[in-house]
Design a protein around this ligand. Sequence first.
Ligand code: URA
Length: 212
Amino acid sequence: MSLAEHLTVVRHPLVQHKLTLMRDRDTPTAVFRQLLREISQLLAYEITGQLAMTTRRIETPVQPMDAPALDGRKLALVSILRAGNGMLDGMLELIPSARVGFVGLYRDEETLKPVQYYCKLPTELGERLVIAVDPMLATGNSSVAAIDLLKEQGATDIRFLCLLAAPEGVERMRQAHPDVHIVTAALDERLDDKGYIVPGLGDAGDRMFGTK
Ligand code: URA
């Protein structure tokens, strides 16, 4: 799979403008959260652009018609804790019938490997389009581990939605999960030696929850 098939960067002016506001270190927490909610809706619009359609017979006030409608494919949104939660609300406003799951991982300080501390997923994952969400695709370690877990639980059709991606994380995902398409608002330059995306926006969880 080529990079273009693996990754979509959403260059819509509204997405890019909101992202610039989010990157700005002076943007307050409440505004950051609101922007993340809005941008998540725009990204969700993009990632659901290929959903299968059918037609439904309806009657408008003027005449009957076969009108386009979603074919009813089941959907699951899976938040990778904790920052993924910031993307959920906006997406659920757009796709209210989606089921929601949560995966929590922390990094073992000795092995540096992600360890699962929480997992609650919707049933019938194999029948659903599963959209995993995490604002920052940095090293890719936790994203790869979360997707490993989703596949172990039966998911076969998975997409990954993030706000910012580093080339290192995209490559790691591409190696581990070439079948998972990534949608992001920007592909940044690189990771720094602490694993932060450069130029990035800092720690997404801290910025959305006002922690340090
Ligand atoms: N996680 C973040 O929140 N920010 C980064 O830059 C990298 C990982």
